[in-house]
Design a protein around this ligand. Structure first.
Ligand SMILES: [Zn+2]
Length: 185
């Protein structure tokens, strides 16, 4: 009988990867912003995880199940907490309350960012601290494609999740008591 175990070579160390980061209580997320501005997308929270809204025409499962939509903002950067490329996930409410994220800065590249969860619940409010410690290196290089990173992380080819650049209105459709849902992916 053949041995069912398949030998495998030693995997290469590290490797480039990008993860979505969101602070847990007592564990701030710190890093450097490497994108100019927040990119926002509509998401659903289905089966315990965040999934992008693909729109009804895109065959969105969340829309078909009439799940509530939640806007989330993403900034590409380098995580000093996890030592990797990351997408800082920022709830709509935190973007609204942070002028620099809400149209107050033309270019956020090079800013130090710290995300702190300020309440006891996993979905408690996230405080955003930004310091313009300009790092010339952060402003060089190509603009990161946040949507492409999100699509990769979420296992999508096309269509990409739909971008909603106008999050900071009251037109979003929050579910009761979950406006600041943090799923801590
Ligand atoms: Zn949808």
């Amino acid at each position: 009988m053949a041995n069912p175990i398949i030998p495998a070579p030693v995997p290469p160390q590290g490797g480039r990867y990008t993860k979505i980061v969101s602070p847990k209580l007592g564990v701030p997320e710190k890093g450097i912003v490497l994108s100019r501005a927040v990119l926002g997308v509509e998401t659903h929270f289905i089966d315990g995880r965040t999934s992008p809204c693909l729109g009804r025409e895109g065959g969105c499962v969340g829309c078909a199940e009439r799940a509530g939509k939640r806007w989330k903002g993403y900034l590409f950067g380098h995580s000093q907490t996890h030592h990797c490329s990351c997408l800082f996930e920022i709830p709509a409410d935190s973007v609204r309350r942070t002028a620099l994220l809400n149209g107050g800065a033309a270019d956020l590249r090079g800013y130090q960012i710290e995300l702190v969860r300020v309440g006891p619940q996993p979905n408690s409010r996230v405080l955003v601290r930004l310091r313009p410690d300009r790092d010339a290196q952060a402003k060089s290089g190509p603009e990161p494609d946040i949507l492409s990173h999100l699509s990769h992380i979420w296992g999508l080819g096309n269509p990409f999740p739909r971008v909603n650049p106008e999050p900071v209105t009251d037109e979003e459709v929050p579910l009761p008591d979950d406006e600041d849902e943090g799923d801590n992916e």
